[in-house]
Design a protein around this ligand. Sequence first.
Ligand code: MN
Length: 235
Amino acid sequence: MLKKPVIGLVPMVNPEKSRCEMPWSYCNALEGAGALPMILPLLTDPDSLRQIVSLCSGILLTGGPDVDPARYGEQTLPACGTIIPQRDEMEALLFRAALEADKPVLGICRGIQAMNVALGGTLWQDLPTQVEGSLNHTQPAPYDKTWHKVSVTPGTPLADLLGVEELEVTSRHHQAVKEVAPRLKAMAFAPDGVLEAVWMPGRRFVWGVQWHPESVYQTSEASRKLFAAFVEQCR
Ligand code: MN
């Protein structure tokens, strides 16, 4: 029986080698949750991306480098990292196509940032230099260990799913959501006030998390519940 929901993953892009790549952890977590992961090609043609969305039951926006600050109307600061314009473009179009088709979307790390920017929100370009007193959000290896807590906002879908007020998460980002896009709502914060999770009301499942649930899929029940909830909505 062919009935696993197909979930398209935005590829990591290596411009120096003209190559797309994918950490195994994303695919392993999706497969573990009962989905069929499909790594997408780097495309920026809107019609092609709409067709991809029509072939997928859900979309996973993966981690990666920094979104071009020009996309949220800011000058690029010296501490902003590498920018890959083709990926920015692909992700913005793919996310919009997924919303048009009402397909579930999970954004992870860069994914929550790309979602927020695509919907008119802004980002901190570099937490260490822009947010005084911010935690170190760039954990050292090993990455399959959690690094800081987040408080889960009561009454949000994340709180309903996990049934907890606090959660230990991984942290491998120097950017974060600054102003939340009008259509998104916050659902978790780090102890320093940095926003770590959002959702879109009125949708089956449009969630973004700043941490990496796929990195602790084996050891974190909360991560398994998160992937299970996403995949369930893709069925
Ligand atoms: Mn963090």
